[in-house]
Design a protein. Sequence first.
Length: 258
Amino acid sequence: MFLNRRSTQEEYFDLPNRGLAEVAEGYRLLNRVNRIVQNAGPFRRIVPGWLGEDRCRRLSFLDLGSGNGQLGHELAMWAPHRGWDWVFTNLDLNPLSLQLNARGCNVAGSAMALPFRDGSFDVVIGTQMTHHLRDEAAVTQHFAEAWRVSREAVFIHDLHRNVVFYSLLWLLLMALRVPAQFRADGLLSVARGWRVSEFKALAERAGMVGARVRLDFGSRVFLLARKPMIEFSVHDRQGGCGAEGSTVPGHGFSCWFA
């Protein structure tokens, strides 16, 4: 039956030979869609709901597959209205995507081999990134790495693979008159998406003790996992990129502030 099995067809968006102008146009269109579907909304509910408002006063985040950093920017701008200070580090495999982000700290690297020490960030988040990974082994490694570098919690959501959402997204993209290639990639993203049981099994395989997976408005599968409280040293609790232009020895990545 249609969408019973996850598609492994590659998205055009993931091709490595696209230039900066094409990457920028792709994110412009994606940001337009994400504003309509309120991509940042779940994190505004989930983070304070799970951690408590007192704990939200100051948090460091790692955003996996951040692209042009739009999600982190929206949340960082929203938090001060609640009296909170949220600091984001943006990680993406494609350096061109990070060049589009003129805000905050950017790290080029793989979500399956994060170049950070254990417990480097209070919270690790990800949105619509996991479906870009090829197979379950890669996703399991991705989840395990997110769990490793988080101090308190991991919140990751991706697209829910179902016919109703697929059809509604087709209608939305047609109404927005986006280019055919972008529309095809959007629908393929749903076909590469997940079911609740699949996300749950992968989280368990990754060792995310007590992880929960739930459906969010029929369009997103949301992984929520919180660690027991563990004491970290002052050095470990700094989180984020560190000093401007710093390089972490042995990992071969650079962190810069645009």
